[in-house]
Design a protein around this ligand. Structure first.
Ligand code: 5RP
Length: 239
C-alpha cells in the first residue's frame, strides 16, 4: 500500500518529487498567504517551508486537508483559514497527471475538493510533479467526490458520459474511502480525455457530484527529472 502520509519511498521518483518541491518553494516570500496541498510531494514542500519558517520566513498557510494541516503543525508553520484569508497569494500542490497545456488531474489522496477551492482562491497555482506524471494526453481516472446519498445517481451520470465509475475503497478501513468532508469518491475511467474542459463542465453538472479532479487553472508546474527541475508556465490567461 502506498503510504500517502509522508514521503514516497521509491527512490528516483521521490528524489524528483523532492526536487520539484524545493524548486517551487523558492517562489515563497515574506508576507505571503500560502495554500499547501496534499500528498507526498506536497509533504516535501511543507518540510522545506518548515525549515524556512524556523529560519525566519514570515508566512501564513492554509492547508487543503487534515494531512497538510498535521504536517504544517508538526513543522510549526503558522496556519490560518480560508475564512480569515479568502485571498491567497499562491498554492503549492502535487498532481496525479498533467498535460502540456497545464491541465491536471488531482485527487489521488481524495483531497481534490479542498484543493480546488484553494486553487480558485489563490492568485497563482503551482504544481509539483515527477516527470512520469507529464503526459501528451490525459488518461488518468478522474476522481469525483460525491455525496454518499447520491452515489448511484452520479455513477449513472458518469456512465452516460462514457466513463466507467468505481467507488474508491479504503485501504485500512472496511468499506469506502470517506473524505475529509465526509463524502465518498468515485474514480471515473474515461480512457484518453480528448477535451478535458468539456468533460470538466459535464462532470460539474452532475447533481450530487461535489467536485471532480480536473484542474484547468494551473499557472506553473515544476517537474522533477533525472536532469534537474524543468518549469512550465501557462501562456496567456488562466481559466
Ligand atoms: C491529493 C492529490 C495529490 O496532490 C496527488 O494525488 C499527488 O500525490 P503525490 O504527490 O503523493 O504523488 O491530488 O488529493
Amino acid at each position: 500500500m502506498k503510504d500517502r502520509s509522508s514521503h514516497d519511498t521509491s527512490s528516483d521518483k521521490s528524489r524528483e518529487k523532492e526536487a520539484s518541491a524545493l524548486s517551487a518553494v523558492t517562489l515563497i516570500a515574506d508576507g505571503m498567504i500560502v495554500g499547501i496541498g496534499t500528498g507526498s510531494t506536497a509533504a516535501y514542500a511543507i518540510a522545506e517551508l518548515g525549515r524556512l519558517v524556523a529560519g525566519g520566513l514570515d508566512i501564513l498557510c492554509v492547508p487543503t486537508s487534515y494531512q497538510s494541516e498535521m504536517l504544517a503543525a508538526q513543522q510549526k508553520i503558522p496556519i490560518t483559514t480560508l475564512s480569515e484569508h479568502p485571498k491567497l497569494d499562491i498554492v503549492l500542490d502535487g498532481a496525479d497527471q498533467i498535460d502540456r497545456n497545464l491541465v491536471a488531474i488531482k485527487g489521488g489522496g481524495a483531497a481534490h475538493t479542498r484543493e480546488k477551492v484553494i486553487a480558485h482562491a489563490a492568485s497563482k497555482v503551482v504544481l509539483m510533479v515527477d516527470h512520469e506524471k507529464v503526459v501528451p494526453g490525459l488518461d488518468h481516472e478522474v476522481p469525483i467526490e460525491v455525496l454518499p446519498y447520491a452515489r448511484t445517481l452520479v455513477e449513472r451520470g458518469v456512465r452516460a458520459l462514457g466513463g466507467i465509475p468505481e467507488l474508491r475503497m479504503a485501504a485500512r478501513k472496511d468499506g469506502p474511502v470517506v473524505t475529509d468532508n465526509g463524502n465518498f469518491v468515485i474514480d471515473a475511467d474515461f480512457g484518453t480525455i480528448d477535451d478535458p474542459a468539456r468533460l470538466s463542465d459535464e462532470l460539474s453538472a452532475l447533481v450530487g457530484a461535489i467536485e471532480h479532479g480536473i484542474f484547468l487553472n494551473v499557472d506553473e508546474v515544476h517537474i522533477g527529472t533525472s536532469d534537474g527541475v524543468k518549469v512550465l508556465k501557462r501562456q496567456g490567461l488562466r481559466k
